[in-house]
Design a protein around this ligand. Structure first.
Ligand code: LLP
Length: 408
């Protein structure tokens, strides 16, 4: 499965050379996932999932475009070699750095709130825009990542589309596309519902629409027994929707997909060293040197990440809890929704063993923090037989570098 194509010997060597915790990415998996999505005209990588520059350069070389959500992400896209017309900027508000960026760069914007219309028209009169529509429903692997419905701050409410089209027209902007992203790690059933909602919106904006964007949210099988998402079925369904719409609108439409997780999650693992084991009451703990500063998904969403111990695949297992070094009770990698600690069947671990936390290519390093004043971990990219450091570990000096010392 997935990032396990990285063999134990290499993982031992990498841990020895670069230390732990360490993110390790494997390009083969990304290439494979991109190939699965070639049925879409544009694959637009949601770069919030992982913004490592070498990884981005590599993704760029596959002909993939990007969706950025902040001025910082656009900056990184430029650094990785993407040019203006390969970048879309999706946001629900323009902060000052965002607007300033758009003054200097002609980047396509995907508007998620009404007030952005006049703000954008003031700096780019007459430009094309797409609208991110909230279709009135959403779905994701957790309610914190559901981006549709009235409880979501994202997008322009679907019922307001006619008045918003008038408003964009009055501001002199042209609406060339409709975009919907209902949530992250959704499922086939909900992602399919988007087709009807997007078609309805595109019909309302029929005069000028030339692009439809299906958003991202494609799930990946985090658990070993989960069935992978049927991308072929998904693509065929969307092609059907596009064909129908083209017939209605009387023009050809560009069809985009905007995944983050689907492209990169399975390409990454987090290597961490066992630094202790202990028993409290009847619970056995494996204490590792990675924490939720390196991977916050279990603590934030109760997300499941598969865990293995390097070189111990064939050994008998028993229930154990894997926890990190942070001074915070939520620093547990084996927990369910609501923070309930869930022991996991794992081989008996010893101090010095290496653990792999799988499927961390998306939303791990990009959500890393310096909590407990811990440096952000290093990242390694494996391409064929070559494993190269693509981000050095932060140093204690890095941690203090931006501060202004008032004390003599
Ligand atoms: N497009 C837009 C406009 C988005 O807001 C997102 C994700 C994506 C695409 C990509 O979604 P994906 O294909 O990766 O599911 N931190 C959470 C995920 C939050 C994603 C927010 N927006 C997690 O770790 O599950």
């Amino acid at each position: 499965m997935k990032s396990r194509s990285l063999n134990d010997k290499l993982l031992q060597e990498l841990a020895g050379q670069y230390g732990t915790p360490l993110y390790v990415y494997h390009t083969d998996i990304i290439r494979n996932r991109v190939e699965h999505l070639r049925g879409f005209d544009v694959i637009r990588y949601a770069l919030k999932a992982n913004t490592n520059l070498s990884l981005l350069k590599w993704i760029h070389s596959l002909g993939v475009k990007v969706d950025a959500v902040s001025a910082g992400e656009v900056y990184k896209a430029f650094k990785a070699g993407f040019v203006e017309d390969e970048i879309a900027f999706t946001t629900d508000l323009f902060d000052h750095p965002g607007l300033e960026l758009l003054e200097h760069h002609d980047i396509h914007v995907n508007l998620g709130s009404p007030d952005m219309i006049e703000q954008y028209a003031a700096i780019r009169p007459g430009h094309d825009v797409t609208l991110r529509i909230n279709p009135g429903f959403g779905h994701g692997h957790h309610r914190k990542v559901n981006t549709g419905g009235p409880d979501s701050k994202h997008g322009i409410w679907h019922e307001q589309l006619p008045s918003i089209l008038k408003r964009t027209g009055d501001a002199g902007l042209k609406v060339t596309g409709i975009h919907m992203h209902i949530g992250s790690g959704s499922d086939f059933k909900h992602l399919s519902r988007v087709r009807a909602a997007l078609s309805a919106a595109a019909r309302i904006a029929a005069d000028s629409v030339t692009t439809i964007s299906t958003g991202g949210g494609l799930p990946i099988p985090y658990r070993p027994d989960e069935i992978p998402f049927d991308v072929e079925h998904f693509t065929n369904d969307w092609q059907e929707t596009r064909t129908e719409l083209q017939r209605t609108l009387g023009r050809s439409l560009v069809m985009e997909v905007e995944p983050g997780r689907y492209l990169v999650a399975e390409a990454g693992l987090l290597l961490t060293e066992v630094r202790g084991t202990k028993t409290s009451g009847n619970v056995d703990y494996i204490l590792v040197d990675a924490g939720f500063d390196n991977l916050i998904r279990p603590a934030m969403y109760g997300a499941y990440h598969h865990i293995s111990i390097v070189g111990r695949d064939d050994q008998p297992t028993r229930p154990q809890v894997v926890a990190g070094p942070l001074c915070e009770s939520a620093d547990v990698f084996t927990q369910g929704q609501g923070g309930v600690v869930e022991p996991r069947e794992l081989p008996t671990a010893r101090v010095g063993d290496l653990l792999c936390i799988h499927d961390v290519g998306a939303y791990a390093a990009s959500m890393a923090s310096n909590y407990n004043t811990r440096p952000v971990a290093a990242e390694v990219l494996v391409e064929g037989d070559a494993a190269r450091l693509v981000r050095r570990r932060q140093t204690p000096d890095d941690l203090a570098a931006q501060e202004v010392e008032l004390l003599e």
